[in-house]
Design a binder for this molecule. Structure first.
Ligand SMILES: [Fe+2]
Ligand SMILES: [Fe+2]
Length: 390
């Protein structure tokens, strides 16, 4: 079926088959968080407002068997990529240690506060954003456990898909803990506003269009892990420049976790391409068509209805997560999954392959346009009464 679908700033033919008739379609009401998107955000933010229809259970039931049959493969190839708890780092290893007595502890806190003096307010806006993204972890575990065929049915399911998800969640949980404590000790941010924002964010949830569909879910997870790896890595580089090597170590250590997670999800998609290339190719195209939406796209601090746009604009300008990164990640996966060389695809999947492989130049075009965005003055409630330009 060929039809013309608006893809951001240009029209391209839609070659992706409509999802099979969903079991349920939820019509979500417009919220006050719906907002106009600027050019730069076309690739780094919600492609659609939260008012769009939510498609559910788009994976045909017969595909459940595929995920069932892959369980031994998950046990052999995915579960070994968990890091044993005893070999994992823990937040306290990077933080002032209260067990060393009050004087030593106070000295370490003073040193921390001294180190962050060279970092800008904009840097802290990005650090808060990254922390909130990590700390909204309950939302992500919830979403993964909506995916048909791989969800944790009980909370302690012995299904290997579920074992991985719990281990992943437990690993991820350290990221937000560490960043939040560091921010708290730094004295550079208004923790009350940060905490309120987190409560709003978790309460809002996420609207990324995964349709309970593990094909879509694992494509999204691959992309998102690579994006967070890149973002934390860029924060580490800026921390070194700003004179805080400990914060650089923290961001770098978190980025290394994300890298391992990316490896896991990428291998899962690779395996799906092997056992079910047509459906997997369609899923990749489907996600690219609707765009990979940042997990904190429904963020709100109780004050700024455009906080996500403002945050994203700073991320673009600081080079933390930009439209260029989006294009690079897309190009990486086209190569990593050997999408151009995939053979034997039929019908819609063949056209989906052409669509995805032809996307990077279009996204690059958006990148060049994104740079023309004007900057403006924005006050972030997370930063103490200071003006932050964006
Ligand atoms: Fe993380
Ligand atoms: Fe991760």
């Amino acid at each position: 079926m060929m039809q013309t679908t608006s893809f951001s700033q240009f029209n391209i033919p839609s070659i992706v088959r409509e999802s099979p008739p969903p079991a349920t379609t939820i019509h979500r009401r417009k919220t006050t968080l719906s907002r106009r998107l600027s050019l730069v955000l076309a690739v780094a933010s919600p492609a659609t407002s939260p008012s769009r229809h939510q498609v559910t259970h788009s994976m045909p039931p017969e595909k459940l068997e595929i995920f069932k049959s892959l369980e031994p493969w998950v046990s052999e190839n995915v579960l070994p990529l968990r890091k044993p708890v005893e070999k994992c780092w823990q937040p306290i290893e990077f933080l002032p240690d209260p067990s060393q007595g009050p004087e030593q502890f106070e000295e370490e806190v003073r040193a921390l506060r001294q180190r962050v003096l060279g970092l800008s307010d904009e840097y802290f806006v990005m650090l808060v954003g990254n922390m909130l993204t990590e700390d909204a972890l309950p939302t992500y575990q919830t979403v993964i456990n909506t995916w048909d065929g791989v969800r944790d049915e009980t909370g302690s399911s012995p299904c290997p898909w579920a074992i991985w998800t719990r281990a992943w969640t437990a690993e991820e949980n350290r990221h937000g803990d560490l960043l939040r404590t560091y921010l708290y000790l730094s004295g550079r941010v208004d923790m009350l506003m940060v905490e309120k924002t987190l409560q709003y964010l978790i309460g809002a949830g996420i609207d990324i269009g995964l349709e309970n569909n593990p094909y879509l879910g694992y494509v999204y997870a691959s992309f998102q892990e690579r994006a967070t790896c890149s973002s934390h890595g860029n924060m580490a580089r800026l921390a070194i420049k700003g004179g805080d090597p400990m914060l650089a170590r923290i961001c770098g250590t978190i980025a290394a976790d994300e890298k391992r997670h990316e490896h896991v999800y990428t291998r899962i998609v690779e395996k799906l391409l092997e056992v079910d290339p047509n459906a997997t190719m369609l899923a990749i195209a489907h996600m690219m068509k609707k765009k990979i939406i940042m997990p904190m796209h429904l963020i709100y601090d109780g004050q700024d209805p455009n906080i996500f746009e403002h945050f994203s604009a700073i991320g673009e300008r600081q080079g933390i997560y930009t439209s260029r990164h989006y294009a690079e990640i897309l190009e990486f996966f086209i190569t990593r999954w050997k999408l151009e060389k995939l053979e034997g695809l039929i019908g819609e999947a063949r056209r989906a392959q052409d669509y995805v492989c032809g996307l990077p130049p279009r996204v690059r075009k958006l990148e060049s346009r994104a740079k023309k965005i004007e900057t403006r003055q924005v006050k972030f409630s997370w930063i103490f009464n200071k003006q932050v330009s964006a």
